[in-house]
Design a binder for this molecule. Structure first.
Ligand code: NAD
Length: 393
C-alpha cells in the first residue's frame, strides 16, 4: 500500500479530487516490472477457455507474476502450450502427478481454473503441497467445500485468494469510490443483471449445465457477479433475501440446474438490491446504483473489456472516461504482491464463502416460492477494494 496519500483521506474527498489523487498516487507508486527471476511463479491448473484466452496471455504481461508450470489432463495440449510459452517439459504436470508440485520450487502460486466442482479438491491439494492458491469463482459448489478450503489454507499457513477480477477493474473501482465519496447521496437501490445463453454444443458449457461440476447453473456462473457487485458497491452485507426462479424444464439444458433466478437483498442501511441471472437470456453483465442525488450505470459493467460507466443525474448522462487495463494481469499481479508481502489480501476465501452462503440462501428461498431467508451471518469484508486497489494500472 503506497504511503504518500492515505486512502482514508482519499475516499473522504470530493469525487473529482479523489480521481485526481488516485491518478497521482498510481503514478507515484513504485511498481516496476520485476526481473524474471524475482517474479512469483504461477502454475495454471486446467487449460480450457479462460486459461488459454485470458490467464496465460495475462501472465505474459504481468508485472510481478509469471507462468512457470501447467497442469492438464491433455498431454498434447499441455506440450503445445508449454512450447509456445517457453516452458520446459518438466514444467508439465498431469492431474495424477499433481501432488509432485510440492517438490517444485519454481511454483509459488497455483491458479485453479477447473470446473467449479473440482475447485475444492485441487485447492486443498495445492495448499497441502505448500503452495499459495488463486482459485476461480465460484469458490466451490457448496458452503462446506468453501469452509474446508479456508481451513486448509489456515492449516498450511498459505494465502487463498478467489479470482474476483472486478475487485481490480478500474470502472468497478471507480463506481465503488463514487458511492463511498457520498457524491451520489445515500445509496438506495442496486440492480444487477448477469447472464447469457448457455450453449450445450460448447464443452465449456456442458459441465456448467451439469450440477455435479457446475453447481447452481447460471447463478453460480454469472449471477455471482451481481451478488458480489451489490455487496462491493454498497460495502455492506445483506440481512435478508427473497428469490424466485423460472426454468423451462422441457429445455434439455436445464435437466439438473435452474435457468433464470431473480432475487432481492435487503441491506441494513435500508438499501435494496434486485438481481437476475439466466442461462437463457441475451448476454448481459450490467449493474446500476441509484443514490438519492445521482445514479451510476455500468452496461456492460463486468465484461473482460469494453466496460462502460456513466453518471446519470436527471436528464444528464455522462460517460466516464477511464482507461482499460488487463484485469487478469492486474489480478494475478495483486496475488503475486500479496505473496511478496507488498499488498493486502482483498478477495479472500471468506469473500467466496459469503457469496456461496448467499447463493445457497437464494436457492432455498426460490425453492420455497420466495420465502424470506435471514442472511445476517455477521460477515464483514476485511479489506475494501476501493480503499486499497489502484484505479490506474
Ligand atoms: P473450460 O471448460 O473451458 O475449461 C476447463 C478445463 O478443465 C478444461 O481444460 C478441461 O479439460 C479441464 N477439465 C478437467 N477435468 C474436467 C472434467 N471432469 N470436466 C470438464 N473439464 C475438465 O472452462 P472455463 O470457461 O475455462 O472455466 C474454468 C473456471 O474458470 C470455472 O470455474 C469458471 O467459473 C471460471 N471462469 C471465470 C471467468 C472470470 O471472468 N473470472 C471467466 C470464465 C470462467
Amino acid at each position: 500500500m503506497p504511503q504518500e496519500i492515505s486512502r482514508r483521506a482519499l475516499i473522504e474527498l470530493s469525487v473529482a479530487g479523489a480521481a485526481a489523487l488516485a491518478a497521482a498516487e498510481a503514478k507515484a507508486l513504485d511498481r516496476p516490472t520485476l526481473p524474471k527471476d524475482q517474479k512469483i511463479g504461477f502454475a495454471v491448473v486446467g487449460l480450457g477457455k479462460l486459461s488459454q484466452g485470458q490467464i496465460i496471455p495475462g501472465l505474459r504481461t504481468a508485472r510481478s507474476a509469471r507462468l512457470v508450470a501447467l497442469v492438464s489432463g491433455h498431454p498434447d495440449k499441455a506440450r503445445r502450450i508449454a512450447a509456445a510459452e517457453g516452458l520446459p517439459d518438466d514444467a508439465i504436470y498431469s492431474y495424477e502427478d499433481y501432488d509432485r508440485i510440492a517438490k517444485d520450487p519454481r511454483i509459488q502460486v497455483v491458479y485453479i481454473v477447473l470446473p467449479n466442482g473440482m475447485h475444492a479438491e485441487y485447492t486443498i491439494r495445492a495448499l497441502k503441497a505448500g503452495k499459495h492458491v488463486l482459485c476461480e469463482k465460484p469458490m466451490a459448489n457448496s458452503v462446506p467445500e468453501c469452509e474446508a478450503m479456508i481451513a486448509a489454507a489456515r492449516a498450511a499457513n498459505r494465502k487463498l485468494m478467489i479470482a474476483y477480477r472486478c475487485h481490480y477493474e478500474p470502472k468497478n473501482l471507480e463506481a465503488m469510490r463514487r458511492v463511498r465519496s457520498g457524491a451520489l447521496g445515500k445509496p438506495r437501490l442496486v440492480v444487477t443483471d448477469m447472464g447469457r445463453q448457455a450453449d450445450p454444443s460448447d464443452p465449456s458449457d456442458v459441465w456448467r449445465l451439469d450440477r455435479k461440476l457446475g453447481g447452481d447453473g447460471a447463478l453460480a456462473d454469472m449471477g455471482i457477479y451481481g451478488i458480489n457487485a451489490a455487496r462491493y458497491l454498497l460495502n455492506e452485507e445483506p440481512v435478508e433475501v427473497r428469490a424466485w426462479s423460472s426454468t423451462d424444464k422441457q429445455d434439455p439444458r436445464f435437466r439438473t440446474v435452474d435457468d433464470m433466478v431473480c432475487w432481492q437483498f435487503r441491506f441494513p442501511s435500508g438499501a435494496i438490491a434486485n438481481g437476475s441471472t439466466s442461462f437463457n437470456y441475451n448476454a448481459t453483465m450490467a449493474f446500476e446504483l441509484w443514490g438519492e442525488k445521482a445514479r451510476l450505470r455500468a452496461d456492460p459493467g463486468c465484461f473482460y473489456g469494453g466496460n462502460r460507466l456513466a453518471l446519470v443525474s436527471g436528464g444528464n448522462f455522462r460517460e466516464l472516461d477511464i482507461a482499460e487495463i488487463d484485469q487478469f494481469a492486474r489480478e494475478m499481479d495483486w496475488m503475486a504482491d500479496v505473496v511478496r508481502g507488498k499488498a493486502p489480501l482483498v478477495s479472500t476465501g471468506e469473500e467466496g464463502l459469503q457469496d456461496m452462503r448467499l447463493i445457497t440462501a437464494i436457492i432455498e428461498s426460490a425453492a420455497k416460492g420466495g420465502a424470506t431467508i435471514k442472511t445476517d451471518w455477521g460477515y464483514k469484508r476485511a479489506v475494501d477494494p476501493a480503499a486499497v486497489v489502484d484505479v490506474v494500472a
